[in-house]
Design a protein around this ligand. Structure first.
Ligand code: ATP
Ligand code: MG
Length: 457
């Protein structure tokens, strides 16, 4: 690799280390992505200098530099140098893994080769010497990158049993980079399921996030299915295999869901939409019934899917806001607009969906449609509904409880008892206003409230 490809800031850091008689290399994803000519996210450096020596090397420059002991136990410091944030880790070897998660002890090492040998895949075990740009590639990583292959460093079964996260990383990289997992590594995955079971929910979540935002999430999920990972990590999804739907559907529920998720990823929709696309039909497993005519029905499956999805995302420790949004989209994904919808029906749809979520709900419908037919849906598919929604919104926005011309306080002022009854009446008033926005004046609503109260009283 020619010197010119190395970023000037990295060359400068390389020279600083060389002047102190120390080695430093660019390692990990940045080297891989550089060889793939992909944009890379972060710079990781590896060095034979100890953390305190790294600190000294930067201090001697006399520049303002911040050396933060971010992972000092593992020999890592984060250096903020000329505005860049760079992780620098002393060469390590990791030996005993007792719990399949954390190495029992971390020992520093004198050689870059040894440091590379503890890394997961050959493509991630290449070092680029700084400042010169020479590649250190003891495991044939560059060739594997050329052949688009994910191969474990060393014996796959051993490497996976040391750390179950590597298994998830393998299938994630397959989806992210469009690489094949080499056969021996792939067959070792099935043997490592016990270790994967020990991986923390947060790390599984982070990998799932990377999978659903990769160019083709289905690649990872199909590999997970083939190796037995899917029933372990997302059993709700694994159960969708073989759930036939007939009618307008060509695919079973699993393939349908994966296609829907691929569509979300391809369109770069936000992660809530991709997750909703992935899980929106999981409830079909439980709600499936065969009618007298032999046709399957899935009555109210969206409610069941929503509840399963809440469980899955909670289990994987997703933030509440992500859970609520995803679950809401799934709960509302079954709308079926026809031209004979009255304005009141359109208004009810807007209230249920929530104005802020309409675009995302439309996006989910596009994923769903792609998953059903396997071809790009017509961009005009939702225009008739979208136009009606705009029209209705333009006519008036009295759409939620807070938009009513009366509030709970007004009802109390008009002599009603505080309590549950007020809530019931306010919701009835909202229904009335949805049917007929003209009713949304204080006088009219108070009058209606009085009548309702007589009915309930
Ligand atoms: P990306 O940052 O794009 O997700 P990456 O390969 O840079 O991919 P990081 O998690 O940033 O992944 O890790 C940096 C490097 O550390 C990897 O390239 C690999 O060499 C090594 N590494 C990371 N996780 C593991 C692991 N679980 N086992 C062995 N080596 C690992
Ligand atoms: Mg990285």
């Amino acid at each position: 690799m020619s010197n010119r490809l190395v970023h000037p800031l990295l060359q400068e850091i390389g020279s600083l280390f060389a002047r102190s008689g120390k080695q430093v290399f660019l390692v990990g994803g940045a080297v891989r992505d550089m060889l793939l000519r992909r944009p890379f996210s972060d710079w990781d450096l590896a060095t034979d200098a100890r953390p305190e020596e790294v600190d000294g090397i930067f201090r001697r420059t006399g520049r303002r530099v911040n050396v933060i002991p971010t992972g000092i136990k593992h020999g890592t410091v984060t250096v903020i140098y000329r505005g860049a944030s760079i992780e620098i880790t002393t060469f390590r070897t990791e030996s005993v893994y007792r719990d399949g998660r954390h190495p029992q002890e971390v020992r520093f090492s004198a050689s870059v080769e040894e440091d590379l040998s503890r890394r997961d895949f050959t493509m991630n075990a290449i070092a680029l010497e700084l400042p010169g740009g020479r590649l250190v590639d003891p495991f044939g990583g560059e060739a594997d990158i050329g052949n688009r292959v994910i191969r474990c460093v060393g014996k796959p079964a051993e490497r996976f049993s040391e750390d179950g996260l590597r298994v998830l990383r393998a299938v994630r990289f397959a989806a992210q980079l469009g690489f094949e997992v080499e056969t021996a590594s792939l067959s070792a995955i099935g043997e490592a399921l016990d270790t994967v079971a020990k991986v923390s929910a947060e790390r599984i979540r982070d990998e799932l996030d990377k999978i659903v935002s990769s160019p083709k999430p289905s690649t990872a999920f199909l590999l997970m299915e083939k190796t037995g990972l899917l029933p372990l990590i997302l059993p709700e999804l694994a159960l969708c295999r073989g759930i036939e739907q007939k009618g307008c559907h060509r695919f079973d529920v699993l393939d349908h869901s994966l296609l829907a998720c691929d569509y979300a990823a391809r369109k770069k929709y936000p992660r809530e939409i991709a997750l909703a696309a992935l899980f929106h039909d999981t409830g079909k497993v439980k709600t499936r019934k065969r009618g007298e005519d032999g046709v399957w029905t899935f009555y109210r499956h969206e409610g069941e899917s929503a509840s399963l999805t809440r469980d899955i995302l909670f289990r994987l420790r997703y933030p509440n806001a992500v859970i609520e949004k995803t679950v809401h989209l799934i709960e509302e994904h079954m709308f079926h607009y026809t031209e004979d919808w009255t304005d009141a029906a359109v208004r009810r749809f807007i209230v249920r969906a929530g104005e802020a979520h309409l675009q995302d709900l439309y996006a989910l419908r596009f994923c769903d449609a792609f998953g059903t037919a396997g071809v790009e849906p017509s961009p005009e598919m939702l225009l008739p509904l979208a136009h009606r929604v705009e029209e209705v919104l333009r006519k008036g926005r009295s759409l939620s409880l807070k938009d009513l011309a009366v509030s709970g306080k007004d009802l109390i002022a008009a002599g009603m008892k505080p309590g549950r009854e007020i809530g019931i009446i306010l919701n009835e008033l909202l229904e009335t206003v949805l049917d007929d926005p003209e009713q949304n004046t204080q006088d009219k609503l108070l009058e209606i409230a009085g009548n309702l109260r007589k009915r309930y009283g």
